[in-house]
Design a protein around this ligand. Structure first.
Ligand SMILES: [Fe+2]
Ligand SMILES: [Fe+2]
Length: 216
């Protein structure tokens, strides 16, 4: 398999590698996921302020899946969706992603577009089709106030609700151009505050239990 270049993001090569991942996903999921994690790490290292983000989000999503009793197939789908949840950020203007001030309405629209960009960039991989619902719904809000569709409660695919909690926790506990990382306890407090608004309250409870037990 042709390897993606080490430092520079080569989208054609990444798409080609994803094609290989998709092909092996059914017959040898562990091999496919190893390669997908390598691609995920490469993408993260090339998107400002995201080093390690997708992999950490995926690991914590899988921990929630264990609490929920997901079977192996469901876990594979969730792992694919969580590693690729921000795939659509590739190619978005770095100046906007790095913007330290509050974004303008137009800039916010550009950032929010990453959800549907990712969906359309990946929709051709039939073998990953189940993961797409998680990618597409990871910024929906439990109360219906999110994007892109404004879905609420259980109308939001479970995968999307899981990724939303894990994604927000990782974003809060990482440095951003406009703020320092919050502590674990501050992030937990935020998740609790947003339970039932932004996040599924049952998943927030499970996630916090996991974070506290893991002590990380
Ligand atoms: Fe996102
Ligand atoms: Fe994210």
């Amino acid at each position: 398999m042709k390897r993606a270049k080490k430092d520079k993001l080569d989208l054609d090569n990444i798409i080609q590698c994803l094609g290989e991942v998709a092909k092996t996903l059914k017959e040898n999921p562990q091999k496919a996921l190893r390669e997908l994690r390598r691609i995920g790490a490469l993408i993260d290292s090339n998107i400002p302020y995201r080093d390690g983000h997708s992999i950490r989000v995926a690991d914590r999503c899988l921990a929630i899946a264990d609490y929920l009793g997901f079977d192996e197939n469901e876990k594979v789908t969730l792992e694919v969706a969580s590693i690729l949840h921000d795939f659509g950020k590739i190619g978005i203007d770095e100046a906007i992603l790095l913007q330290p001030r509050k974004l303008t309405v137009e800039e916010k629209q550009v950032v929010e577009m990453h959800v549907m960009r990712g969906y359309y960039m990946l929709v051709g991989f039939n073998e990953m089709v189940e993961a797409l619902s998680g990618i597409k719904s990871h910024h929906e809000f439990y109360n219906g106030g999110g994007y892109p569709a404004g879905l609420s409660k259980n109308a939001i695919p479970l995968m999307g609700r899981i990724i939303a909690v894990s994604d927000a926790y990782d974003a809060m506990t990482s440095d951003r151009p406009y703020r320092r990382a919050r502590t674990k306890e501050e992030a937990i407090e935020q998740l609790q505050e947003q339970a039932g608004r932004q996040f599924d309250p049952a998943l927030v409870r499970i996630f916090i239990r996991h974070i506290r037990e893991k002590k990380s």
